[in-house]
Design a protein around this ligand. Structure first.
Ligand SMILES: *Cc1c(COP(=O)(O)O)cnc(C)c1O
Length: 423
């Protein structure tokens, strides 16, 4: 079942899910270790032709050390953009060049922590170079610069137009930044861009690599700098909808390889590594939010109230994102009921599905939201005093382990200062 966002792993039958629910309670997010490993293996296999290829898992997609350990095991690094993300990566033993620090509007302390870990620092702006030197210290030996192509590329629908994006530098600034870095003693260089999000079209990702390859050649010609890597960012899409075709790493790779042989090799840059920072593609299809139907309500519409809320998974509520819903044990039944599947927030957008055709749902049935492995727990929040849920891992040996406990009221109150208390 790996690679499909639309079904559960075959071992997660209804009775197995009920067993897990008996042990841990509902709701829960559950991730599939096998699926995550297999996804990383497929990426690494597809790009094995490239010397030094590396996937840096974007920690923001699923910031849990158990997930990062799996990534590390499968030779992935971590792409971090905050102090806690850096800490998580270092806690699972990632260090130095295994950590890419791709941040923006960066605070001094975060630059400092990244420098102390020996991470590759990806500079978002030319002004960050003097800022780093005066507040943190000399530039590290190995630095990266983030390119924003502006009108040269049109962004995909999610990330928007590069010209309107706050990230990265113009082409002129890239050249100037690299010149300054070289004078400041930087010896090893990378070039980054990120102009797509959740993009399923392989050609889009191939075009991004072509753009970076051409720029790498210009950089060599004009500055005499041989880049060590180009970083195509994240943005590989997930087929959240049943009719969508999954993105195939081999298709992206073969297009990029052709461009590498056409642009990089003839220019004798052929030690250039390709690295990327996918997050969603790695864990998104390999996680599920398992909820239980608590109420049914019949007014102008038919509602099923479940025991999770947007606090557990906010993409449908905030973006209107489609996530496939399954009623375990009823997969073969005809989807002849139309429901809104709702949480309990006092917000009408707190719905996991709107006007969905599903089999008849009884109170007590499990309802599973697919494609929940990225931006689930990570985007959770406490609005309405809702407590964020637990995360479970379905391990390769079939056992299930809790990798984050559910929040308690004590967690919720931990940061408050009550009137009259000594705080
Ligand atoms: C969000 C982000 C990623 C990961 O994006 P996905 O859509 O999860 O692949 C990688 N790099 C940067 C700089 C990002 O902001």
């Amino acid at each position: 079942m790996t690679g499909s966002s639309i079904s559960l792993p075959s071992s997660l039958t209804k009775s197995r899910l009920e067993e897990i629910a008996q042990t841990f309670g509902t709701p829960f997010l559950i991730y599939d270790e096998n699926g995550i490993r297999e996804t990383l293996k497929r990426i690494n296999r597809a790009f094995s032709w490239n010397p030094g290829f590396k996937e840096y898992f974007a920690v923001k997609a699923c910031p849990n050390p158990s997930i990062l350990e799996i990534c590390r095991d499968e030779k992935a690094g971590a792409d971090c953009s905050s102090a806690p993300e850096l800490t998580l990566a270092s806690l699972v033993g990632m260090q130095a060049e295994e950590i890419m620090f791709t941040s923006n509007n960066t605070p001094i302390e975060e630059f400092r922590q990244a420098r102390d870990l020996g991470a590759i620092i990806n500079f978002d702006d030319i002004t960050h170079i003097p800022f780093f030197i005066s507040h943190v210290g000399p530039l590290p030996e190995f630095c990266c610069v983030r390119y924003n192509p502006g009108e040269e590329r049109t962004g995909n629908s999610i990330i928007g137009n590069p010209e309107e994006a706050k990230y990265g530098m113009t082409k002129a600034q890239i050249f100037q930044a690299l010149r300054i870095m070289k004078q400041e003693g930087v010896r090893r260089f990378g070039l980054h861009t990120m102009i797509a999000s959740n993009e399923l079209n392989p050609q889009y990702h191939i075009n991004t690599a072509i753009m970076l390859f051409n720029l790498a050649v210009q950089i060599q010609d004009q500055l005499g700098i041989r880049l060590e890597f180009v970083n195509t960012g994240g943005g590989w899409g997930v087929n959240y909808k049943p009719e969508q075709k999954p993105l195939n790493p081999r298709e992206v790779s073969s297009g990029i390889r052709e461009a590498y042989e056409g642009i990089i090799v003839p220019n004798r840059l052929n030690t250039l590594s390709i690295v990327m920072e996918n997050g969603r593609f790695i864990t998104g299809p390999n996680g599920w939010l398992v909820m239980r139907a608590r109420h049914e309500k019949h007014t102008y519409r038919e509602y099923i109230g479940v025991d999770a809320t947007m606090a557990d998974f906010m993409r449908p509520g905030v973006y209107g994102a489609y996530h496939h819903l399954i009623v375990p044990g009823k997969e073969e039944e005809s989807p002849d009921h139309v429901y809104d599947i709702i949480g309990s927030l006092c917000e009408n957008c707190d719905k996991f599905g709107v006007q969905r055709h599903l089999p008849k749902i009884e109170i007590g049935d499990l309802v599973v939201l697919c494609g929940a492995g990225a931006h689930g727990k990570a985007m959770g929040f406490n609005y309405n005093g809702k407590l964020r849920g637990q995360e479970l891992l379905l391990k390769s040996d079939g056992k299930v382990e809790m990798i984050r406990r559910p929040e308690t009221q004590d967690d919720y109150f931990a940061t408050l200062r009550f009137p009259g208390s000594k705080y």
